[in-house]
Design a protein. Structure first.
Length: 94
C-alpha cells in the first residue's frame, strides 16, 4: 500500500500600500488593491474584495481580500479609520 501526501498551496496575498489607513472625514478613499502569486504565476485577478468604506461617516472599516484556490482560502485585511480632526468653532454672542 502506498500513501501520498498532496499539498494544496494557495496564492499568497500582498496588499498594495498599508494595511492600516487613517483618513479625515470627507477625504476620498482610493483602493490600491492587492497582488497574489504562487510559483511565479499571477493570481491577482482572482482576489475578491469584500467590504465598503464610507468617508462621510466616522468609523472603522475593514476590507477583506480573499482568494480561494486549490480548496484553500487565503484572507488578508485592510483597516480604514475615518476620523474628524477639525475642531468646531464656538462663537459667543451677546
Amino acid at each position: 500500500m502506498v500513501f501520498g501526501i498532496i499539498f494544496f498551496n494557495v496564492p499568497k496575498i500582498e496588499l498594495n500600500g498599508e494595511n492600516y489607513i487613517k483618513l479625515n472625514l470627507g477625504d476620498e478613499y482610493l483602493e490600491k488593491g492587492a497582488t497574489a502569486s504562487l510559483w511565479n504565476k499571477d493570481f491577482s485577478n482572482d482576489i475578491k474584495i469584500v467590504g465598503t468604506v464610507d468617508t462621510t461617516k466616522i468609523g472603522t472599516y475593514k476590507l477583506e481580500y480573499i482568494i480561494d484556490k486549490n480548496f484553500r482560502k487565503e484572507t488578508v485585511f485592510r483597516t480604514i479609520e475615518v476620523v474628524d480632526t477639525i475642531f468646531p468653532i464656538i462663537e459667543l454672542s451677546g
